[in-house]
Design a protein. Structure first.
Length: 126
């Protein structure tokens, strides 16, 4: 078997593996590879954009913020970062409706408003 035939066979195997494998898995493997940090900035940017493009818009924003947060906490020792008021764990928590005190107060205001309006709504209904 000639060198060209061997190379063609290897390339065909790689091509079939890529077709069978999910692109997200491939990109995750590249990101987790120890040689990823050795790449130049342009290649890193391209790989990360391909990674983010696999997500919806909301998830993409969360992943970008989470990656920045992870990069921030990796610059400090665990003991030091745990004393910071900005440290919220290994990953950023996902946002939800009742996350702040303002959201909870707004929910109670809605309950109060509809509780006060209930007798009038019942009169309109009857």
């Amino acid at each position: 078997m000639s060198f060209i035939e061997e190379m063609e066979k290897k390339l065909n195997n790689i091509d079939s593996m890529l077709k069978n494998d999910d692109s997200t898995k491939i990109i995750n493997n590249i990101l987790k590879n120890e040689n990823f940090e050795k790449l130049d900035e342009e290649k890193k940017f391209y790989v990360k954009n391909e990674y983010y493009n696999n997500f919806s818009e909301n998830e993409k924003e969360y992943q970008k913020k989470n990656d920045k947060y992870k990069e921030w906490i990796s610059n400090y020792s665990k003991e030091y970062i745990e004393m910071s008021e900005y440290y919220v764990g290994e990953e950023l928590p996902r946002e939800h409706y009742l996350q702040s005190k303002k959201d909870i107060i707004e929910l109670y205001k809605l309950f109060l408003f509809y509780g006060m309006m209930e007798p009038y709504l019942n009169l309109l209904k009857n």
